[in-house]
Design a protein around this ligand. Structure first.
Ligand code: FMN
Length: 187
């Protein structure tokens, strides 16, 4: 099984990167081949809405998202990590999600391609606020959007309280996150 992570945070050493990498570590320990991408190292431009992708096989924008498209084609599962910015996913995560349109669209889209459906997905959010319920409506909604895109959403992980203690110092999270990764492989 191949699993890729996408860290949609400006911090390569931040809470989101730590969380995604722990999940990947758990997956790797259970036999998965893993790879991680950092938005901070990539040039990924926003979708232009040109819809060239609806008429051809790929996206017309020549940037680093082309590497992700190639990687996604060969992957069974994606771990998409984002910090919560203003109660939602980061701008980097939204740009990434919009750009998936060239490859992964809803069934009602004329561009729908069966072979893209059913990839496993874990959404991993990190937030400063310790209250897990605060953005629950948003997390539920986001899960629904990815289900509409026919991802097989296996888990929505929310790591809270990052304003008090960074993720890498939270000993309680190590096993929990690795278990998310192993459950992904075994699901
Ligand atoms: C611009 C900005 C907006 C943020 N908005 C929220 C928010 O609405 N709710 C929240 O709980 N935390 C918020 N945070 C805190 C981050 O979600 C939190 O620190 C996160 O773990 C950072 O992840 P990183 O280390 O990967 O960058 C915000 C941080 C920034 C920089």
């Amino acid at each position: 099984m191949k699993v890729i992570g996408f860290v949609a945070s400006p911090h390569k050493e931040g809470n989101t990167a730590w969380t995604v990498n722990k999940i990947l570590e758990g997956a790797k320990e259970h036999g998965a081949e893993t790879n991680v991408w950092y938005s901070s190292e990539l040039d990924i431009k926003p979708c232009r809405g040109c819809l060239i992708c609806a008429k051809s096989d790929g996206c017309a924008i020549s940037d680093d998202m082309q590497k992700i498209y190639d990687s996604l084609k060969q992957t069974d599962a994606l771990v998409l990590g984002s910090p919560v910015y203003m109660g939602q996913m980061s701008g980097q995560a939204k740009i990434f999600t919009d750009r998936l349109f060239a490859q992964i669209t809803p069934r009602f889209s004329p561009k729908f391609k069966e072979e893209n459906a059913g990839k496993k997905l874990i959404l991993a959010f990190t937030q400063g606020n310790p209250n897990a319920d605060l953005f629950q409506t948003y997390y539920d909604y986001t899960k629904k959007v990815f289900q509409l895109l026919e991802f097989d959403v296996k888990d929505v992980v929310v790591v809270t309280g990052m304003r008090n203690e960074p993720a890498n110092e939270r000993k309680d999270l190590h096993t929990v996150m690795k278990n998310v990764g192993s459950a992904l492989v075994n699901s």
